[in-house]
Ligand binder design. Structure first.
Ligand code: PLP
Length: 510
């Protein structure tokens, strides 16, 4: 279902006894929509409602203007507290026969909403967008409750005013490349992580490239990493003409198995690149100990784990360079591509800053071969609007995961599923909630039929990907192969509510 915007006619029905009796559906609809994240009123309606209500109250209070004003203001306050306000956008198409209605329709378009109204003119002039209360009540009954996997819409509508304000700032300054907001965001990210340096960039993929460029990775260098990750982890190693060396993963966390790293080290090994899969850091103490012994660098691919901790500290404090992604569906996502590199090392930071702008140290003077890897100012604006919410959202993700855990623990004996482990000395940001099952196809199909989306992260480990056959990987990596056949991610975002969770769990064993 689309979002819903209430027309003035419906609102006024709910604040007058005689109208309520004449149009009872209006109040039913109003109560159903009150406080819902998808329910809006148009900013252009507020003054009108206040004026019309004050006028209506004339019968009761005669010319006692202040009493009428107080009452009508109270109504508008009540509306503003219980409904989202949709702005009148610049692409307003003014209908000079009825300016007010065209403003309402434009507001509805701006938030992808249908308008509930009793206004005949509107219903006739804007079919499809304008609907009656009866149509709305019929539609909502037929609506199969669909669960959203990442639910970016709910978050957007919750913080729409902050996003609009931040975006408007950028549009008004036209400072689209390396605007002030980039520095501002880097400062905020620095205070969030306590990293010495933060360099934002164009994506999580470019963040990995920049990290390896700063470490001066050369063709033929070997980098040890996990085969059970998104392609970008190893693809960037290959793009550097270095060699990804895959080491198998742990059965219970699916993260790189530190105990198997030693066997993979050769003279050419230059770095270890663990991935914090699904949001959980790998065994960093063990990895760092090996790195220290063999003089290797450590880059954490934290595309899925921004904000996770290892031994009470952010991951940047457990490696040479930490990278992350702000891809929209990541726990902290922007509205396009984005990423960042974090380090406590001054030399790497200085290099990365230059590398992300074509290796430039002074305008049009290029010290290094770099890339065009800047974050757009508009994406920094989105992140500045979202970051203040992020700690709360991590906590909500944690609550959703705990609730999934305890509900699933209770049915483990009856359903063919296995849970992954979160190790005690670290926290996850739950980019995904992933389980294992040998009946994945059947379960996915059952859930799909009930409107519950699932995903597989990842169906093929990297050593099996066509693009990596040239590596002629010799070592068997059986745990990654088995995991690829069994993993399944359930809807995960801060807003999966208890009812949705019950629906998902019961669908697992029905
Ligand atoms: C583990 C991992 N590494 C790297 C990336 C690449 O990030 P981006 O899509 O921002 O380039 C992702 C994104 O999905 C990822 O999950």
């Amino acid at each position: 279902m689309n979002n819903i915007l209430m027309d003035v006619s419906i609102i006024l029905d709910c604040f007058s006894q005689s109208r309520k009796e004449q149009f009872p559906d209006s109040e039913v609809v109003f109560d159903m929509l009150k406080g819902k994240p998808y329910a809006f009123i148009s900013s252009s309606s507020l003054d009108n409602i206040s004026f019309l209500k004050a006028d209506e109250l004339r019968k009761e209070y005669g010319y006692n203007k202040s009493k009428r004003k107080i009452l009508s203001t109270q109504i508008v306050k009540h509306l503003a507290q219980n409904f989202k306000i949709a702005k009148t956008p610049a692409y307003l198409n003014i209908d000079y026969d009825n300016i007010e209605k065209s403003q309402i329709i434009a507001s509805a378009k701006a938030v992808n909403a249908q308008v509930i109204t009793r206004d005949e003119y509107m219903l006739k002039k804007y079919p499809g967008i304008a609907i009656t209360t009866e149509e709305f009540l019929r539609e909502i009954k037929n609506e199969l409750k669909k669960i959203d996997f990442a639910n970016l819409k709910k978050q957007y509508y919750d913080i729409q005013p902050q996003i609009e304000q931040q975006m408007d700032d950028v549009l008004n300054t036209t400072s689209f490349i390396m605007g002030d907001k980039i520095k501002q965001l880097e400062c905020e990210l620095q205070s969030f992580t306590k990293a010495k340096h933060v360099i934002t960039c164009s994506s999580g993929t470019d963040a990995l490239l920049l990290a390896m460029m700063a470490l001066d990775i050369q063709p033929g260098d070997e980098i040890i990493t996990t085969p059970f990750t998104f392609i970008a982890t190893a693809e960037t190693i290959a793009l550097m003409k270095a060699i990804p060396v895959f080491v198998d993963i742990e059965e219970d966390t699916l993260n790189l198995d530190a105990s198997k790293i030693n066997n993979a080290i050769t003279e050419k090994t230059k770095a270890i690149m663990p991935v914090s899969l699904y949001g959980q850091p790998a065994d960093m103490d063990e990895i760092n100990e090996i790195a220290k012994k063999h003089e290797l660098k450590v880059i954490i691919d934290g595309a899925q784990s921004f904000g996770a901790t290892y031994k009470k500290q952010m991951e940047v404090h457990h490696c040479d360079i930490f990278t992350t992604s702000f891809f929209p569906a990541k726990p902290l996502g922007c509205y396009g591509d984005g990423g960042a590199v974090f380090t406590n090392n001054d030399e790497y930071a200085e290099k990365i800053k230059m590398m992300r702008i074509h290796g430039q140290n002074k305008r049009y003077h290029h010290k290094y071969i770099g890339i065009g890897g800047r974050l757009d100012t508009i994406q920094a604006a989105v992140l500045l609007a979202k970051l203040p919410l992020y700690k709360k959202e991590i906590k909500l993700r944690h609550d959703v995961a705990s609730s999934y855990n305890s509900k699933l623990q209770a049915v483990l004996s009856t359903v063919d599923i296995q849970l992954l482990t979160l190790k005690q000395d670290r926290t996850s940001v739950w980019a995904q909630y992933t389980i294992r099952t040998k009946s994945r196809d059947i379960i996915q199909e059952n859930l799909r039929n009930l409107g519950i989306p699932t995903a597989v992260h990842y169906p093929l480990p990297l050593q099996k990907q066509e693009c990596f056959q040239y590596l002629k990987q010799q070592t068997e990596l059986p745990i990654s192969e088995k995991a690829a056949e069994e993993v399944m991610s359930l809807p995960m975002n801060p807003y999966v509510d208890k009812t949705e969770q019950e629906m998902i769990i019961s669908a697992l064993y029905n």
